[in-house]
Design a protein around this ligand. Structure first.
Ligand code: ACM
Ligand code: ZN
Length: 707
């Protein structure tokens, strides 16, 4: 949605299969780019430089304005299309608007556009997407394709995540092992997985992006997320290794040694080569998720803390970032880091990328620092649609609360983050699209015109453009939500439709597929499968939900611990979780024991009790070390009816669930379930010493079967 558009009463531009592009000003290459785009649509063009328009032409005219000015005017009249802009960036946006219009409307000679005048300018100047090419390597051509798709949607930053624990992806001439070793990890099948971009590849990609007005901001992670680098050069760690390039996902304790001067030299030499490759005035140095465990035990790091009179590991992190910041300044570059770089005190002139909510962005702006906002709540496109759907992204407002007018100006804009742990190249389209359309409008369009219904309508028209460009977009949302209600000892299941263009079909357990029309009852624990049709066409999306009817569903409940704001699932709704802790069925608590009381409302014959938990130690989630089950008839005096344990080792790296259950066989009214946390992450763990999570999906109350 442009900032403003006015339609004329006359006819607009009539398209031909050959067209004259006339450009005025130093924009020969921009004119060429437009002709390349038109060629893709099947329109041939001639290009000429002139300050005079001709009948039937596309006229591009650049004034003299700063590159920071991205505005443009676009006119469609019967005999001409005109783009006027003060800078090449405005011209490029005009060209992308023409491209969108032509892809959608060109159906052969004589196709007609409406007459209009667009006056357009972006809301935010930083409109980015992070692409994680470390966790999964993506081909050079794929990266270029994404840059082009960003430009098409008037996004102007590619935040290129090039290094992490699982792979180093950028050739550094001085340190060849970074890619010889660091770009490859074991693939679990006796082979290797990986890849990297040569410096020639990088130059090619940078030029491709520059041509389209997209700035690539490279991210070189430090001091954490550095295990691939340390696998190649272990002397820059606290322990000297040896290490492998990491094969699991998570946060790992092997980080750069901050007490070792040669580490800084190593990093500065790397950054020097990075700076020579990328014209971006910004360098992103990561800085997120740095376990301080190694630093706490490293004599060199401890010595540095003392010498520099730092308080602790956070202080050392600030010192580290400060040194890199000073180095970048000598090269005329500005440092960007994730919000953790604030933890030991923010270094002068750094830009903060706020990802753990909006607080860091607010704090950064209040202290006079520029900030980029990409909160997990709205901007993490690796998350599923159950957490972030199209509407959620559209509702995103990058400006944190409580900022003055002047402070708001420090919010440069936002990014959507496409982390790729669970998204190899072939899955990226379906995660990024259509959600990036919402991000694009949030960052570009006039917020006063924000209207989701109107936006959805534009999205549905935009699909024809994505289809023509071969974008394999995913769903806008999960088309139904599964609502459950207690009905005596049965569970009433309702599929609440969120997308009226789809028909839902379901199968429960081994039942045949039926078209859903109204709520249905179930009595057994089994899987509900839901699939969708649009007309006769099957949609490539389905839901598989384990349902568990029991006597506790919908009863009164007290939960005496702090439930995470992110993992808030109802634990007496009869909906069970999968092995994916983000599936929406899990409740999480960080650093607490769980302690739940349920009132069944009346004396009830109970056969058994159970509680479901999940373990995934890479995400710091462990089974409880013990689960206590207590019961009461009056809600005052409780007796223990048993305890349940796990046989699974806390070190077991799998994502898995376990049911902790005991027999009861008595009449009771109140139930108290206590799950005891293992406490802090154990010494062997990569987050040793940090609090741990407990994840619970359900507490169930099994009655005596009367049949
Ligand atoms: C992040 O998601 N760790 C920045
Ligand atoms: Zn150290």
């Amino acid at each position: 949605m442009p900032f403003s558009i006015e339609y004329g009463s006359d006819n607009g531009f009539i398209m031909q299969d050959s067209i004259l592009i006339i450009y005025n000003g130093k924009i020969a290459d921009e004119a060429l780019l437009l002709s390349e785009y038109l060629k893709e649509i099947g329109i041939v063009s001639k290009i000429k430089a002139s300050d005079k328009k001709e009948k039937g032409c596309i006229f591009l005219s650049k004034g003299i304005g700063a590159d920071s000015v991205e505005s443009y005017k676009l006119l469609s009249r019967r005999d001409e299309i005109v783009v006027l802009a003060p800078s090449r960036y405005g011209i490029l946006h005009g060209i992308q608007s023409i491209r969108q219009l032509f892809i959608r409307e060109y159906k052969g000679v004589g196709s007609q556009l409406p007459a209009f005048e667009i006056n357009d300018t972006p809301k935010f100047r930083w409109r980015g997407m992070l692409l994680d090419c470390s966790r999964h390597f993506m081909d050079k051509e794929f990266v270029k394709r994404y840059i082009d798709l960003l430009a098409l949607h008037k996004m102007n930053r590619l935040h290129w995540h090039l290094t992490d624990d699982q792979g180093w992806r950028i050739e550094i001439k001085k340190y060849p092992l970074l890619t010889q070793k660091g770009a490859w990890r074991k693939d679990g099948k006796g082979g290797k997985y990986g890849g990297f971009y040569s410096q020639d590849d990088i130059r090619e990609i940078v030029a491709y992006a520059g041509r389209r007005g997209v700035m690539i901001v490279p991210e070189i992670e430090m001091p954490g997320h550095a295990q691939a680098a340390l696998a190649a050069y272990p002397q820059h760690s606290c322990t000297a290794g040896p290490f492998d390039v990491e094969t699991e996902w998570g946060v790992f304790k092997e980080i750069y040694c901050a007490g070792n001067d040669s580490t800084y030299t190593f990093i500065e030499n790397i950054l020097s080569e990075v700076i020579a490759l990328f014209p971006s005035p910004y360098i992103h140095i990561g800085g997120d998720e740095v376990p301080k465990y190694r630093w706490e035990k490293c004599p060199k790091c401890q010595k540095r803390i003392k010498e520099q009179r730092l308080v602790d590991g956070n202080g050392l992190q600030s010192y580290f970032i400060g040194r890199i910041n000073s180095f970048l300044k000598t090269k005329g570059k500005q440092l960007i880091g994730w919000d953790e770089i604030m933890e030991g005190g923010l270094v002068e002139g750094a830009i903060v990328q706020s990802w753990r909510g909006f607080d860091a962005a607010q704090k950064a702006a209040k202290s006079g620092h520029a900030t980029i906002v990409s909160p997990t709540s709205h901007a993490y496109f690796d998350y599923g649609l159950n957490e972030i759907d199209l509407q959620k992204v559209y509702e995103f407002d990058p400006i944190p609360k409580g900022l003055s007018k002047k402070e708001k100006k420090l919010v440069l804009g936002a990014e959507c983050n496409m982390w790729s742990e669970r998204a190899p190249q072939e899955k990226i389209d379906s995660k990024v699209f259509p959600r990036i359309l919402a991000m694009s409008e949030v960052l570009w369009s006039n917020p006063k015109k924000k209207n989701f219904v109107d936006f959805k309508d534009r999205v549905s028209k935009h699909y024809s453009i994505l289809d023509k460009l071969g974008v394999n977009y995913g769903m806008e949302n999960i088309p139904v939500s599964i609502a459950t209600k207690a009905a005596d000892d049965k569970l009433l299941v309702e599929l609440q439709n969120r997308d009226s263009s789809l028909t839902a079909e379901y199968s429960f357990g081994k039942s045949v597929w039926k078209t859903y029309s109204k709520p249905f009852e179930i009595t057994e624990k089994d899987s509900l499968k839901v699939r969708f049709r649009r007309g006769q066409k099957e949609i490539d999306f389905s839901i598989n939900q384990l349902l568990n009817p029991h006597l506790g569903v919908g009863k009164r409940i007290w939960q005496n611990y702090k439930i995470s704001e992110q993992y808030t699932a109802d634990i007496i709704d009869g909906k069970r979780g999968s092995n994916n802790f983000k599936d929406g069925n899990w409740q999480g608590t960080f650093g607490y024991d769980v302690n739940v009381v349920i009132d069944l409302g009346k004396m009830t014959d109970v056969k058994a009790l159970g509680a479901g938990f999940l373990q995934y130690n890479n995400a710091w989630i462990f089974f409880p070390k013990k689960v206590d089950f207590l019961v009461s008839t009056d809600g005052k005096n409780y007796i223990s009816v048993g305890q349940a344990f796990t046989k699974i080792d806390a070190r077991d790296k799998r994502e898995m669930t376990q049911e902790f259950s005991i027999a009861v066989n008595r009449k009771i009214r109140y139930i108290n379930v206590k799950g005891y946390s293992i406490g802090r992450c154990p010494d062997w763990h990569d987050a040793a010493g940090s609090p741990s999570w407990i994840f619970m999906d359900e507490i169930w109350v099994e009655g005596k079967k009367e049949k």
